[in-house]
Write a protein that binds this ligand. Structure first.
Ligand SMILES: Cc1ncc(COP(=O)(O)O)c(C=O)c1O
Length: 411
């Protein structure tokens, strides 16, 4: 007998945060907040106010706007990442930030020529690391459980690794890596450790400072709900900042930005990893999303994420496994982020049928994974049950066999 969703919702200490988000009347059951988070109501208001401010303040607005990458970075560091002020900036995309940090890390380890990542890491991570031109050593980790300490130790054994770069939560599997132990293994091998926190920031506890992480990057448009294309963040441990140089020497990372005849000299601190003009609209949205995480508390968010995914796993076993669905996410709640992966040989058509016939919006990752994301701030246990029930209906009626099998541009 599975738990009663209504009873779980009634006991949910975060239930009131659902009111903070925009829900369309009669809209679909949205389980893709792990890809693009919902719109917070306060963001709607703040963006409108910022547009008005732009209209009247014009260029004078920069007196205030210019510090947002740093001040919003400080807020994010404290609320969601377990980092200190001065260690995080909000800027650019994950892809660009990963390049800046990986290139800087490599340059700081002369004589070490290899970089390690997981073969199942997010494509942009693999592409950027491959583009560095050094040896890219791929871990062939278990596709459900993700990379572990033994994988990292083995990859680093030759002693030539400058950098280990992994995702804390796997984008396909939802597996949560053992960040403290893996970071320690990288350090024991003389390598720096860079984590991609795209699927963990705002969903799980990270503890960057506590665990001695060197470098990190991540998205703000997933569990931080900052909107499509909102700027990403990067973290550099304070003790390392003076030793690393960005490969993108832009004027926002320059020591005295408006003394324009000076030669390039990196600013002190993490600011040196800024490059060009910050995206102010996006930063205002990141600030609002981070505020919500601070108000709810990342500990409570992570605990609810574990409970939601545990409920989904329970329902999977009872309802979906007999219909040919396989769980693609670890069973141990301590090893999960806030989404679950449901594998089916016809996964793409199952995903299309959910969207077109059942009013559920998940997403799909080839070859066979339908992802159900349960952002703790606005997902109810009843939503988890309803999503599973509608999936059951699609499979029982074999509706997935009636939809177009051609991939759309975005899956
Ligand atoms: C793990 C991970 N890294 C990086 C990215 C891409 O980030 P960006 O488009 O900001 O470069 C994503 C996007 O979903 C992601 O899931």
């Amino acid at each position: 007998m599975t738990a009663d969703a209504e009873a779980l919702d009634a006991g949910d200490p975060l239930a009131r945060f659902r009111e903070e988000f925009v829900f369309e009347d009669g809209g679909p059951l949205y389980v893709d907040g792990n890809s693009l988070g919902r719109l917070p109501k306060r963001t709607q208001e703040r963006l409108a106010a910022l547009v008005d401010e732009w209209g009247t303040a014009l260029v004078r607005g920069w007196q205030e706007w210019i510090d947002l990458p740093v001040s919003v970075g400080d807020e994010l560091a404290e609320s969601a990442l377990g980092a200190r002020p001065g260690e995080v900036v909000v800027t650019d995309s994950v892809t660009v930030n990963l390049y800046k940090l990986a290139r800087a890390a490599l340059a700081s380890r002369p004589g070490k020529t290899a970089v390690v990542t997981d073969a199942a890491n997010f494509p942009t991570d693999r592409y950027v690391l491959e583009g560095l031109g050094c040896e890219l050593r791929l871990i062939g980790a278990d596709p459900v459980e993700g990379p572990g300490v033994a994988d990292v130790e083995e990859a680093c054994a030759p002693g030539d690794v400058a950098l280990v770069s992994l995702s804390q939560v796997g984008y396909r599997s939802g597996a949560l890596a053992d960040l403290p132990a893996v970071t320690e293994a990288a350090h024991a091998a003389g390598a720096l450790m860079l984590w991609d926190l795209s699927h963990s920031a705002g969903a799980v506890q990270v503890g960057l400072d506590e665990h001695g992480v060197d470098l990190a990057v991540g998205c703000t448009y997933k569990y931080l709900n900052a909107g499509p294309g909102a700027p990403a963040f990067l973290y550099v441990r304070s003790a390392l900042q003076g030793q690393l140089r960005t490969p993108i020497q832009g004027w926002f990372g320059q020591r005295d930005q408006f003394d324009m005849d000076r030669a390039y000299e990196p600013a002190d601190g993490v600011v040196r990893f800024l490059a060009g003009s910050p995206q102010i609209l996006g930063l205002v949205a990141v600030r609002a999303g981070v505020e919500l995480v601070r108000e709810a508390g990342i500990g409570a968010i992570a605990a609810k994420g574990r409970a939601l995914t545990a409920y989904a796993v329970e329902l999977h076993d009872e309802v979906l496994a007999p219909l040919g669905v396989e769980l693609g996410t670890p069973r141990d709640p301590a090893r999960r982020g806030a989404h679950v992966s449901l594998r089916h040989p016809e996964g793409w058509r199952v995903c299309r049928a959910l969207i077109e016939r059942a009013g559920v919006v998940p997403d799909f990752r080839r070859p066979d994974t339908v992802r159900f994301g349960f952002p703790p701030l606005y997902t109810r246990f009843a939503d988890v049950r309803e999503a599973v029930e509608r999936l059951r209906g699609v499979l029982e009626r074999r509706e997935h066999l009636e939809v177009d099998a051609a991939y759309t541009r975005v899956t």
